[in-house]
Write a protein that binds this ligand. Structure first.
Ligand SMILES: [Zn+2]
Length: 162
């Protein structure tokens, strides 16, 4: 079964990384602990939080709720911890999900995005993905490449070769 997440409001950047890897990741800027836990239980999501109170809850202690506690401020360290703990695969589903709203991206032809991307991008890029919810268009430009190499660094560290 595919692992899904709910990231606590104290670890927002991590949510974007998990989405970048293609994992279904909920994130709320402001959510009560109780609601977060309920939602995670109902949908079978792993909770990632910096809040030790959540990790101490009975449901977490008895194993019915999976909680990963990250003590680090650095989102890369947080991601590393989550990847190690769950042996996440960051290759298979990379860039299949919207970083902003978590929806699965749909692939688009050049013609379909012609009016949605800058002319320079249109001239140089062939593959496009679009979010059906917020309409944001993704392509493999420099930002994408930067995120990809950062992810590769983290992956190398997670498998112990860095
Ligand atoms: Zn979106």
């Amino acid at each position: 079964m595919e692992i899904t997440f709910i990231v606590d409001s104290n670890a927002g950047k991590l949510a974007r990384w998990l989405r970048m890897m293609g994992y279904d990741t909920l994130f709320f800027k402001d959510i009560e602990d109780g609601r977060l836990v309920d939602m995670a239980m109902k949908e079978g999501r792993v909770v990632v939080t910096r809040d030790t109170q959540i990790a101490k809850r009975r449901v977490a202690a008895n194993g019915s709720l999976r909680v990963i506690l990250t003590r680090d401020d650095d989102p890369r360290e947080q991601l590393l911890r989550v990847m190690k703990e769950l042996s996440l695969d960051c290759q298979q589903m990379q860039f299949t999900r919207c970083l902003e709203c978590n929806r699965r991206l749909v692939s688009r032809s050049k013609e379909e995005v012609k009016d949605l991307v800058p002319p320079y991008v249109f001239r140089t890029q062939v593959q496009y993905m679009q979010c059906p919810s917020c309409s944001r268009v993704y392509w493999q430009g420099t930002h994408w490449q930067r995120m990809k190499s950062a992810l590769e660094e983290i992956t190398a560290a997670s498998s112990g070769h860095a």
